[in-house]
Write a protein that binds this ligand. Structure first.
Ligand SMILES: CC(C)(COP(=O)(O)OP(=O)(O)OC[C@H]1O[C@@H](n2cnc3c(N)ncnc32)[C@H](O)[C@@H]1OP(=O)(O)O)[C@@H](O)C(=O)NCCC(=O)NCCS
Length: 173
């Protein structure tokens, strides 16, 4: 399988994440037709991701850059937010693979590398309209070699609307 390098982003790499986040928000804006969010500003950019700074001050938040053969292909942002009220070690807050590298197994390889780096209890919450991501996460989670106790719930509250997949990743022996 493809090897993806997963590297915590240094504070001086915050602008790298901010740039990638623009691409991510553009992708997500497809799901926001008819909603207020996802509008461009007059400078041609989307509003900055509100929690980005916290990824270098809150120890529960981890910013990760994803590279293949030294080339940046995406990012992952982890926190410990539990959508369903059951505490988890990690939540896949955001995850992105640049379009050029999609549908070639990079997302799966990157997700597996991230899970393996942080064993424990996990959640991945998927926005209801993001059907591609749901298909992706179901498959990527189930195919991790050390996954256990996969459970999918559906949440429809003010705070979250969509499926949430909970699972556990065992540490490598
Ligand atoms: C979702 C995402 C990470 C997938 O990355 P990827 O590198 O294309 O994933 P993979 O190639 O490993 O895909 C593995 C499987 O997931 C499913 N999948 C991936 N993209 C899909 C799509 N657009 N539609 C339907 N199924 C999809 C397929 O079953 C695929 O296997 P296949 O290509 O053999 O059919 C990428 O499309 C992305 O960054 N999207 C925008 C951001 C996003 O939605 N992030 C998730 C937030 S919860």
């Amino acid at each position: 399988m493809t090897t993806i390098d997963v590297t915590p982003a240094r504070p001086d790499e915050k602008p790298v994440l901010a740039n990638l986040m623009q691409l991510y928000i553009h992708d997500f804006s497809e799901h926001w037709a008819g909603m207020a969010n996802g509008e461009l500003q007059n400078d041609g950019r989307f509003p900055a991701y509100p929690h980005l700074d916290a990824y270098w001050s809150d120890p529960a938040r981890i910013p990760l850059l994803l590279r293949r053969e030294g080339v940046l292909i995406g990012f992952a942002l982890l926190n410990d937010h539990a959508h369903g009220g059951v505490a988890v070690d990690r939540n896949m807050a955001e995850f992105f693979i640049v379009r050029k590298h999609r549908r070639g197994g990079m997302g799966t390889a990157a997700a597996h590398a991230v899970f393996s780096r942080y064993p424990g209890s996990w959640e991945a919450a998927v926005a209801r309209r993001n059907l591609a991501a749901l298909a992706f996460w179901r498959k990527a989670i189930a195919s991790h070699p050390h996954v256990r106790d996969i459970e999918e719930i559906d949440i429809s509250t003010k705070e979250w609307n969509g499926p949430v997949i909970r699972f556990r990743i065992l540490p490598l022996a």
